[in-house]
Design a binder for this molecule. Sequence first.
Ligand code: FE2
Length: 468
Amino acid sequence: MAQVCLRDCKAWQDAGMTFSTTSNEACKLFDATFFQYVTWTNDATIGGIEGSLSRIKAADPNFVMGHVLSNGLELVGTGRSPVLDKELQDDLKTMSDLAKTQSLTEREQSYVAALETFAKGNLVKATALWEEILQNHPLDLLALKFAHDAYFYLGQQTQMRDSVARVLPFWTPKNPLTSYVRGMYSFGLLETNFYDQAFKVASEALAVERKDAWSVHTIAHVHEMRADIEKGLVFLQETEKNWKDGDMLACHNYWHWALYFIEKGEYEAALTLFDNHISPSCKTSGSMLDIVDNSSLLYRLQMEGVEVGDRWNKLVQTTKKHTNDHLLIFNDLHFLMSSLGSKDVGMTNQLLETLKELSKSPGENYQHSHISNLGLPLCQALVEFDAGNYDKVIELTYPIRYQILDIGGSNAQRDLFSQVLIHAAINSGSKSHQNLARCLLLERDALRPNSPLTERLIRKTTAVHNMA
Ligand SMILES: [Fe+2]
């Protein structure tokens, strides 16, 4: 198992990454904290990520990189808005103020600038700053991971892959986190459709560290994208003991497991995973990834005609407080699924109205600049789908379907929107839309053969076509 590396001030300096603190304790805790971030774990023995961050601040309240790490994790987590959350605003201000009063290294200054930029919603510029750091410090894993996560939010799959490829040759087996860097690379390969390579690199990472839940996740995606359902089920079942206790990614890996069941049409099995793992995890963590997984799974089951009971009503209690956040269009769409599912008209209207308002003056905020062309049409499409206005759904989503990548997330996650369009085309009464459904399904089948879900939809299209 990967061991946390606890570097003191001198060790960081020797690695070419000098910190502007004299506190060895703060430096060691910095290592311990970002180790947990990179490995998707909370180490209870050091208080988890939250406890470790508090201990960094206690060791040296003026340690700018401690503030960078703390604020960075909040921002990248996208669970708190730097516009609406006063406490987060204050924390960011403290970081910036401290940075002005200290003689920081160029690398530290870039970190501060990147977070100030990220807080304004300019994720593209933030990634450029982290990339600058990586050009000079290829072993700076925090910059690599921040950039990796930001590329994911931007839908920049190629950049996500190449960002890791550029530094990977500098990572040798003597570094305890090298296998995790390979795991990150495997995900970039996967999202750019290099499935064989992604599988190979993730398997190599797992051979070093079987508890690496991110590499497990890559392989789960490979099986999903190939509709290799039985292999996926066996893989997750066999490895479950290695990743089920990782509180940050276990829910998402269970979500992938449930997707296999939906593919097979085994809806009760998917609901059981939802009730036993996916929903409880969300209730405990309230994390964005868990929220997205919950909404996405219920929505997919509903599209398959499954009655999900009062599960939306429970979920909306967690999502409602994020109605006005508008940090990511991708998140907004999943909040909206929950308000529509729970028939919370007030929340639906508020989400749409506040989103519309932000579209008027996006400034340098990347997400807000995509509200008009992507956010609002997709949100409206979900509203129309819920109302059974299928022609309207097609009108809204068909013209932008190749731009949906820009809302971020993985190919597997965004597949939900492809399914929405296909269901709308099938359910529309018009003959031309029946033909569109057939075309979309043929396209889907060509890319991802042997999908039971696709085959079911093809049969449904044929049945509707014969009835017409
Ligand atoms: Fe995933």
